[in-house]
Design a protein around this ligand. Structure first.
Ligand code: ADP
Length: 358
């Protein structure tokens, strides 16, 4: 039996990535193709770690080779991943994707979602950083149990000093909270705040990152505009609660990202505090603040709905104890956050592929 690389690649060019809407060969996902008699082996390089469609894609590849080349072929596929990046990469070239986490108003769980999203992305094997840019109440140091730490500095080869992010649970962290006096009640203001936030991006030694998650201040303001106009952004995730008042503010936030001059892709809406489930009645869901508000909002803006997170005492306790709940694999919410993180990574990959296409 003679199988040629051309035959295999032609067969694989009939397999399409359902998210990216292009075939695996033109997406350059087939690597290290080796053929030895009936044995065909290659690496399938996906664009998201822990891709939900991994098994479906490997089965489709095997079927294509068996049907279109030779049904005696013995196919073995190794799956790896290489996170893609938006095209504009002149700045912050070691950071592949900046993902903003935003909310219309405070207190909806934006910082809780940012921390758990960072943890869940890191659990897929991605290199992750987290910036706390919340000028009103930086809470990431508390949520990661690193309050009171003062980041050090790293000297570059050019002799420039860069801030060294604090590392916890495998995630690199920087917060405005590290640079403020905890007893100082005045929040960062105006240009000083925008400059301080910019420095957290460009004057820090982040190293190579697949995702840099950014916990923004609530609402729409200078910080949002500064970040949007200073750095290439992969997309924004919007956190809301189901109440009508929260949804009204979330609408404004969504509108801002879509404005001309800002134009940041919205990766999707996450609804937090969706329902309450008493521990003794785990099957019961009580929709205290109304049902499906986040989903309806996502539909009206034609952006993905990424998932709902229940109100649970364990979530706030974990935050207060400095161990985001997503670290606890025994907890059902770790699974919820892992699914949400998978969808965020998927949307980032889709947007990046569309930029390459356009
Ligand atoms: P924001 O960043 O939007 O101001 P936080 O993430 O700081 O909001 O959350 C506000 C408070 O609500 C915190 O005490 C947090 O622990 C709690 N909280 C957030 N999400 C949940 C949840 N799903 N279940 C229970 N408590 C939550």
């Amino acid at each position: 039996m003679i199988i040629t690389p051309e035959q295999v690649l032609t067969a694989l060019s009939h397999v399409e990535d359902p998210d990216l809407k292009r075939d695996l060969v033109s997406l350059n996902m087939i690597k290290n193709l080796k053929i030895d008699g009936p044995h065909v082996s290659f690496t399938l390089e996906l664009t998201t770690p822990a891709c939900p469609m991994k098994d479906m894609l490997t089965n489709a590849c095997t079927n294509a080779i068996k049907h279109l080349v030779n049904n005696q072929a013995q196919v073995s596929i190794e799956v790896t991943s290489r996170v893609t990046r938006p095209l504009d990469s002149s700045q912050l070239k070691d950071i592949k994707n900046i993902v903003l986490v935003s909310s219309g108003k405070g207190g909806v769980g934006k910082s809780t979602v940012s921390s758990n999203l960072a943890v869940a992305l890191a659990a897929t094997g991605a290199k992750v950083g987290l910036i706390d840019a919340d000028i009103y109440g930086p809470s990431i140091p508390t949520m990661f149990g690193v309050t009171g730490i003062k980041p050090g500095a790293t000297e570059t080869t050019g002799g420039k000093a860069l801030i060294t992010p604090v590392e916890k649970y495998g995630i690199k962290l920087l917060s405005l909270g590290f640079f403020a006096d905890p007893d100082q009640p005045v929040p960062w203001r105006g240009p000083m705040a925008s400059n301080a936030v910019k420095q957290l991006f460009s004057e820090a030694d982040w190293g190579q990152l697949d995702y840099l998650v950014v916990d923004l201040p609530p609402g729409t303001g200078d910080i949002h505009i500064t970040i949007a106009q200073s750095f290439p952004i992969a997309g924004a995730v919007i956190v809301t609660t189901p109440q009508q008042v929260a949804l009204a503010d979330t609408r404004k936030g969504l509108g801002m990202f879509m404005m001309q001059g800002i134009n940041i892709p919205v990766l999707g809406v996450i609804e937090n505090m969706s329902y309450f489930t008493p521990a003794e009645l785990p099957e019961n869901k009580y929709y205290l603040f109304g049902k499906d508000g986040g989903k309806t909002l996502a539909e009206s803006f034609r952006v993905p709905f990424l998932g709902e997170i229940p109100i649970l005492q364990s979530v706030s306790e974990a935050g207060d104890q400095g161990k985001p709940i997503a670290l606890n694999n025994e907890d059902l919410l770790a699974k919820t956050f892992s699914v949400i993180a998978g969808k965020v990574a998927q949307q980032v990959a889709i947007n990046n592929a569309q930029k390459v296409n356009s």
